[in-house]
Design a binder for this molecule. Structure first.
Ligand code: AMP
Length: 220
């Protein structure tokens, strides 16, 4: 089992970049945010537990998160167990849980990639972000517009704003990132030497091409 971790603040482009890099490199894209939103929409027990945290912009409890990730990874047959983790781990505790789980499951961390962009870029991206209500695909009103206004290119579903992309929740999500997720950089930089920092304030294609190059996956 091979794992790539993609780190970055809300609005750094993690979801969009992960989907494209995963496709170019033959990895399964695993977004914990997408999984939680699906669980909320389906009103499962996990979804009901997670919803208030998501709406506040806080982290869902670690024990819930490692269970979701471990279940998704083991659901794949062994020959497809190459995962690009988008949004997990999000703090030091989750990184520890992931390490322990990988050791038991015989997996290894191949790379940790940090997407970096200045705060004004992050905020502009979050304010203009739209997602498909049906399939979860991500757009931006200026940077990644759909072909038909308000409609998803993939499934024709309605494009809506995420409920946690409002101003109050966004500022808490950025604070949580600075407080919790940024600490992971020291861990992965110092403890593993696997960390690569990539500028994601550029056009999407350039960011994807740089990461694909770092991973030796050729052109996206
Ligand atoms: P994202 O789509 O990655 O921006 O995640 C949206 C929200 O889901 C976050 O603000 C958290 O409330 C929750 N979430 C996603 N991933 C995690 C995680 N690894 N740990 C805790 N909460 C998470």
């Amino acid at each position: 089992m091979d794992i790539i971790i993609l780190l970055g603040a809300p609005g750094s482009g993690k979801g969009t970049v992960s989907a494209r890099v995963a496709e170019a490199c033959g990895y399964r894209h695993l977004s914990t945010g997408d999984q939680l939103r699906q669980a909320v929409a389906a009103r499962t027990a996990v979804g009901r537990e997670a919803q208030p945290y998501i709406l506040r912009g806080d982290l869902v409890p670690d024990a819930v998160m490692i269970r979701i990730v471990a279940e998704a990874m083991t659901a794949e047959p062994p020959e497809r167990q190459r995962f690009l983790l988008d949004g997990f781990p999000r703090n030091i505790e989750q990184a520890g849980l992931l390490d322990a789980w990988l050791q038991e499951a015989g997996g290894r961390l191949v790379a940790v990639i940090l997407l970096e962009a200045p705060e004004d870029v992050l905020i502009a991206r979050l304010a203009g972000r739209r997602i498909c209500r049906r399939c979860g695909a991500t757009y931006h009103v200026v940077n990644i517009p759909p072909q038909r206004e308000g409609k998803c290119d993939h499934c024709g579903g309605a494009l809506v704003q995420r409920p946690d992309d409002n101003e109050a929740t966004v500022s808490n999500r950025l604070a949580v990132y600075r407080r919790q997720t940024a600490a992971l950089l020291r861990r992965y930089g110092r403890d593993t030497g696997l960390l690569r920092v990539v500028d994601s304030a550029r056009p999407l294609g350039e960011t994807v091409a740089e990461i694909s190059g770092l991973m030796n996956c050729g052109a996206p």
